[in-house]
Design a protein around this ligand. Structure first.
Ligand code: GZL
Length: 353
């Protein structure tokens, strides 16, 4: 008798467990389905609306990332945007990209829209370092994780973002400074240097400048005679360099441009002024775009420090790992090298941006 009862109880326990499992799946399936239906209606009309029909398991929905891109000011930036779009597509992540065209206010608006759309992750390429604390606190309150890419934000509370993926700009500036030190080691002083700076208050401009100055101050012959903002663009690089040449062409023997696009603009101005870029004026810049490599092969730029814009795969990998519950490193640094007119030829065809 007792055996019969035991057998019955065993069967009953299995039935109850199975029932509980089906109930759990159906409930979570419905909730996800309902949540998804609601979210997919808000995010984009073309996302397939997932219905939890009967006890069918609802397919896991794609991750949604809201990305606030700072602009489209340079070849580097456009390559950065393409990389993030392509990586999202390859990993099946739904990307909502908003281009702020250099406006921090527009970045804030985009981020508030992402919060309303209940995205899973917010990624930001911040145009400048300051002013991010309030908006990042708003995002933290609703529990959406933030990943900072490319440039950095200056905040008192590091918990306001999960991870920062970007270059070591200070080291890029140091590499540029070391190149100038070596190239002009035996040149007679004083050697006038002009500096074309990127966007005021942006991490690359602040840190590349500091790295460069920290190195060249070791040689008193090297003097930065003018340091002007040209906003990382070809047009401004051309305009500012033209003005510098009109003011002090006799003293200028070196140009340090915080990015290739400004260097390319400056080269146009130097040639228009009747001087030879790369010969009369030594030129070193940062990014490593194909156009800069072409100018290096032609002898118009003497050295380029690489700054990798292809951050898409790093970002999407970080998103997936974070949502899988893995802990991300606070700082993910992209590897970079320096090239000169001697090594440019071999590297030109490898350039992917
Ligand atoms: C660097 C990036 C800079 C590039 C410029 O990571 O923020 O902005 O050096 C770009 O070309 O405009």
């Amino acid at each position: 008798m007792l055996e019969k009862v035991g057998e019955f109880m065993g069967k009953l326990a299995k039935l109850v467990t199975a029932g509980a499992m089906v109930l759990f799946i159906m409930l979570s399936g419905c909730e996800t389905g309902q949540e998804n239906t609601e979210r997919s209606a808000m995010i984009s009309s073309n996302e397939p609306t997932l219905q939890a029909a009967g006890n069918e398991i609802v397919p896991a929905r794609s991750i949604v990332v809201g990305f606030s891109q700072l602009g489209s000011e340079s070849d580097w930036r456009r390559a950065n945007t393409r990389s993030i779009q392509e990586a999202a597509k390859e990993t099946g992540i739904q990307l909502i990209l908003e281009n702020a065209e250099q406006s921090q206010e527009k970045q804030f608006e985009a981020i508030r829209a992402f919060v309303k759309q209940k995205v899973d992750v917010i990624a930001i390429a911040p145009v400048v370092e300051k002013g991010w604390e309030p908006i990042l606190r708003e995002v933290k309150q609703v529990g959406i994780p933030v990943i900072i890419t490319d440039r950095l934000v200056e905040v008192s509370d590091p918990s306001l973002y999960v991870s920062y993926i970007g270059s070591d700009f200070y080291e890029e500036g140091r590499m540029a400074g070391k190149y100038v030190m070596d190239k002009l080691l035996h040149a007679e002083g004083p050697i006038g240097i002009v500096e074309l700076k990127g966007t005021e208050g942006s991490t690359p401009s602040l840190s590349r400048g500091k790295g460069f100055h920290d190195v060249i101050k070791q040689n008193p012959n090297l003097q930065v005679v003018e340091s002007e903002y040209a906003n990382f663009t070809v047009e401004q690089g051309n305009k500012v360099m033209r003005e510098l040449l009109e003011r002090r062409s006799k003293e200028i023997r070196v140009l340090f441009a915080h990015n290739d696009d400004m260097a390319l603009g400056a080269i146009e101005a130097i040639e228009a002024y009747g001087l030879k870029p790369g010969k009369d004026i030594v030129i070193v810049s940062v990014d490593g775009t194909r156009k800069a490599f072409e100018r290096m092969v032609a002898g118009n730029i003497n050295s380029v420090v690489e700054c990798n814009p292809l951050l898409g795969p790093y970002l999407m990998q970080a998103v997936k790992e974070m949502l899988d519950g893995r802990t991300l490193p606070k700082r993910i640094v992209t590897p970079e090298r320096i090239f000169t007119e001697v090594t440019a030829h071999n590297e030109l065809n490898n350039r992917m941006y």
